[in-house]
Design a protein around this ligand. Sequence first.
Ligand code: FES
Ligand code: FES
Length: 164
Amino acid sequence: MEKVTVNFTLNGDHESITVNPNLTLLEVIRDVFGLTGTKEGCGHGECGACTVLLNGKAVNSCLVLISQVEGKEVTTIEGLSRDGSLDPLQASFIETGAIQCGYCTPGMILSAKSLLLKNGNPSDEEIKTAISGNLCRCTGYAKIIKAIKLAARNGKTKDAGGES
Ligand code: FES
Ligand code: FES
């Protein structure tokens, strides 16, 4: 099969790759770029372990073909922390103990990030809807919801208080 060249932004860096057009975004992230924070669970859109942000919106990267990413911005869990500082969601997941085995965590955090980018003060129901495509076998979800609410509060404090 003829290869295609795809230009996109990955965690803030412009990238240009020439690959088989049948590769999924998940395969490119893990196998071409070696970013293994994005997990493969089911491989067909049911578990959310592979969730990344595509132009700020949470998507299952196992269902996105690399050619669909042309000109877009991709953010993986590795791109959330900046200059050694954790994203408020990463910090709140640690603080509330919302991580057990951790397999679902990167995808869960990126689904939550997508929500908080458009709604800084979500209700429990809105949080449940946002993470409804992300399966967790360990936590029972209560601590995850608590973590997302805490991150929303911390994000607001940060904006209002002008902390660096
Ligand atoms: S690996 Fe993509 S949804 Fe399960
Ligand atoms: S913490 Fe283990 S699957 Fe969620």
